[in-house]
Design a protein around this ligand. Structure first.
Ligand code: ZN
Length: 475
């Protein structure tokens, strides 16, 4: 808790009458509607059922049949819920397929390992790759070894990701996963392995994308489960460890798609509040927390709003992004659905009031970052009153980002907000075979829907121009 948060709580605890006195009748009615939406969300089964049906499709790897079928189903559901302007926007991509893979210790004590090829990794030669492991604790350590010094070896990045409520620490892991294989290749390594980017102590490796930006040819890259990384650490304390890695991963041209729907505003349909989640998942589980949950949350929130007697003043647009988990070589953000969306809609970016994504699992929301300057306004105080019964504190005024899929919009100047989810458990599950419907807790999922429904209503039915509240460059 910081000082700003304490100040916000103190405000929220001042007598209600004193606060509501400053509201117009319309604002007071809007706040009452937001509170009603919040309570309805907590009594609904919709998000949980929607999530169950979405995970029934199985894994939804970008460009796969599973992703395509799930996207078609989402389109159909959004239409049947009465959402308007539902459309699917296809874009081409390379479908990377894992196929089969094995990893084992060859010496000193032969044994099988639990490992998974990183997305984008090339296949090994048919006979596999055998080499001695060279362990590095940080990406910097690996990047600083002289060229050629790892010739014939298997470079292992052994970063232990900490468990945090915010999920901080994952960015260090992804930096290693993205740049590690290229750094290893530049040093002459034959292959790259890493301790999985995760917080669990179990035997399920975490998939994830790698990118090859170095000057060297790409080398096969794998993630080891935490237990298997521990085993290699212990073996390496006593002497050289040799591994054998094998993969027949392949790539082929395919197609993914963003799906879009709207609840048109009644007064300012041209002003768009855009919210998203990504439909694609990794292939080892069924992508329940990453990110079927996000699609379920925004759908459920929009459904509740669409069922109110009066629609909000501004347009709410939903985007179910394709291909968030995989990158494309020519894509500066490595977020192909996101960049496809930003390109397709580049001419109407000035109409976006604010943007945000739900993409950190299905556990409870504890904080909210509003666009800069907004938290201290009457609007921000109204939001705090509606969020407080959910245990959500308006914490800061500068969200670091509003979700990966809106990075291109954020870069283009669209204001963002961030509903901050408890990520304590998230990185035990994410990108593993354990990311399934069974891990989702309905009560926490519904708390997410309640927060999204109430906040979306207040923004879409309000008149705050978040671009105006942003600090100007010369101030
Ligand atoms: Zn995700």
């Amino acid at each position: 808790l910081n000082i700003a948060a304490i100040a916000t709580v103190a405000f929220a605890l001042t007598p209600l009458a004193a606060q509501t006195a400053r509201l117009s009748d319309a604002q007071a009615r809007s706040e009452a509607t937001a509170a009603e939406l919040r309570e309805r969300a907590l009594e609904s089964n919709f998000a949980y059922e929607f999530l169950r049906r979405l995970t029934d499709f199985g894994p939804r790897l970008a460009g796969s049949r599973g992703e395509r079928a799930a996207a078609a189903w989402v389109s159909q559901e959004w239409r049947s819920l009465g959402f308007r302007n539902v459309q699917s926007e296809p874009f081409p991509l390379l479908l990377w397929q894992r196929n089969e893979e094995t990893a084992e210790v060859v010496s000193p004590h032969p044994q099988k390992l639990r490992a998974t090829a990183l997305g984008g990794s090339p296949a090994t030669p048919p006979e596999g790759i055998v080499g001695e492991v060279a362990i590095f604790k940080t990406l910097d350590d690996l990047s600083n070894v002289p060229r050629g010094s790892l010739s014939g070896k298997i470079a292992m990045l052994d970063y232990h990701m900490p468990r945090t409520e915010s999920g901080q620490g994952y960015n260090i892991a992804t930096a290693g996963r993205s740049a590690g294989p290229g750094a290893a290749a530049d040093a002459g390594a034959a292959a790259f392995v890493m301790r999985s980017a995760g917080t669990d102590a179990g035997r399920s490796p975490h998939a994830g994308l790698t990118r090859y930006r170095g000057s060297s040819a790409p080398i096969p890259a794998f993630a080891l489960s935490a237990m298997d990384a521990n085993q290699i650490e212990r073996l390496a304390e006593r002497g050289p460890v040799r591994l054998r890695l094998w993969s027949n991963a392949s790539s082929q041209p395919a197609q993914s798609q963003n799906v879009i729907a709207e609840i048109p505003g009644v007064e300012h349909p041209e002003q768009i509040v855009v919210v998203g989640a990504h439909l694609d998942s990794w292939d080892l589980g069924t992508g329940a927390v990453d990110d079927a949950a996000g699609v379920a949350v925004i759908t459920a929130a929009a459904k509740l709003i669409s069922q109110m007697p009066r629609r909000p003043r501004r347009t709410i647009r939903l985007v179910s992004f394709g291909a968030e988990e995989v990158s494309q070589p020519a894509d500066p953000f490595g977020l192909f659905g996101a960049t496809a969306y930003a390109k397709t809609h580049s001419s109407d970016l000035h109409r976006y009031v604010v943007a945000s994504e739900s993409d950190l699992g299905a556990d409870r929301i504890y904080g909210l970052d509003l666009p800069a300057g907004a938290a201290s306004t009457a609007f921000g105080q109204q939001v705090q009153r509606v969020m407080l019964p959910l245990g959500i504190i308006v914490e800061a005024e500068t969200p670091p980002n509003g979700g990966a899929d809106f990075l291109p919009l954020q870069t283009a100047g669209v204001p963002i907000f961030l509903l901050k989810q408890d990520a304590t458990r998230y990185f035990d599950l994410h990108h593993t075979e354990l990311d399934t419907f069974d891990e989702v807790e309905k009560g926490q999922l519904d708390q997410n829907v309640a927060a999204w429904a109430a906040l979306l209503w207040l923004i879409a039915n309000g008149d705050v121009d978040f671009r105006e509240t942003l600090p100007r460059p010369n101030q």
